[in-house]
Design a protein around this ligand. Structure first.
Ligand SMILES: Nc1ncnc2c1ncn2[C@@H]1O[C@H](COP(=O)(O)OP(=O)(O)O)[C@@H](O)[C@H]1O
Ligand SMILES: [Mg+2]
Length: 263
């Protein structure tokens, strides 16, 4: 997956006529490459454009300019042959599992939704698949008939992960997947994501404002600042020899760099 010169500008409206009086340059010329099975970290402070990039990749937002290339085709074009395949291959895990999981649906229906969108499985095969997914994310079978509010934050994030991997995706965009969790649960969920990624050979775009979390998860890191990538490099290069002043500043504000020591 490749982004070429991505731009996302939002109009600013004001006055009672609601006229467009300016633009927010949420993303302003970003190039990003994610190879098969790789984890790329996208870091930067709040408002730097990270979520907007994630939304573009999963098709939740329209780009102003640029290209999104997947398997040799520009997915941002209207008529693309492999768009359905793309939507199946690219999934998202959200920060806020409480609002991203439908409160009126059972865990069974939540996990089954993406499968039903892309495959027609017989009920027995579907159930088998869902039990398998529950098992992968370490939740007991009895939970299938329960609702999101009956789970802890960490468990809900596991449900979100089961849902995201249900279509056997090639790429998952994880937007601040542990930021809403207690520090003591963060390492657990992160390790678990890492394990699944390895087993299923899924590429990750791992979005976080927290460099400690990103260091634990990623191979390569891109640092964002005001809609642009100011520095890119291997994890070790970014941590050991940060070049941009903004990267240095981010590094100095990590709560605890070793996430297993967070409590
Ligand atoms: N739908 C929108 N309309 C207008 N401005 C937006 C919209 N979504 C995001 N923005 C603005 O774009 C910028 C980048 O936002 P975002 O991608 O959410 O940053 P991050 O995820 O790094 O915190 C921010 O200034 C934000 O206020
Ligand atoms: Mg965000």
């Amino acid at each position: 997956m490749k982004l070429n010169n991505l731009k996302v500008h939002y109009p600013i409206r004001s006055g009672f006529l609601n006229r467009i009086t300016g633009q927010v340059y949420a993303v302003d010329g970003v190039d990003l490459n994610i190879s098969e099975g790789e984890t790329v970290g996208l870091v930067g402070e709040s408002g730097s454009g990270k979520t907007t990039i994630g939304k573009i990749i999963v098709g939740l937002e329209q780009m102003t300019a640029g290209q999104l290339i997947y398997q040799g085709q520009d997915i941002s074009k209207k008529r693309v042959r492999n768009k359905i395949q793309y939507n199946k291959d690219v999934q998202m895990i959200f920060q806020d599992s409480m609002s991203s999981l439908n409160p009126r649906k059972t865990i069974y229906d939540i996990i089954a939704e993406p499968i039903r969108n892309f495959e027609k499985l017989e009920p027995i095969a579907e159930k088998k698949r869902i039990l398998q997914l529950l098992d992968i994310v370490g939740l007991p079978q009895e939970t299938l008939t329960q609702y999101p509010h009956q789970f802890s934050g960490g468990q809900r994030q596991r449900i979100g992960i089961a849902r995201a991997v249900s279509t056997n995706p090639k790429l998952i965009v994880a937007d601040e997947p542990v930021s809403a969790l207690d520090l003591s649960v963060q390492a657990q969920v992160l390790n678990f994501m890492k394990q699944i990624q390895k087993e299923m050979n899924i590429a990750f775009l791992f979005i976080s404002h927290d460099l400690g979390v990103v260091r634990h998860m990623t191979d390569n890191i891109a640092v964002m600042h005001y809609g642009r990538i100011v520095e890119k490099g291997s994890r070790d290069a970014i941590f050991n020899h940060p070049e941009h002043i903004y990267t240095k500043r981010l590094l100095s504000s990590i709560p605890s760099i070793d996430i297993s020591k967070r409590e």
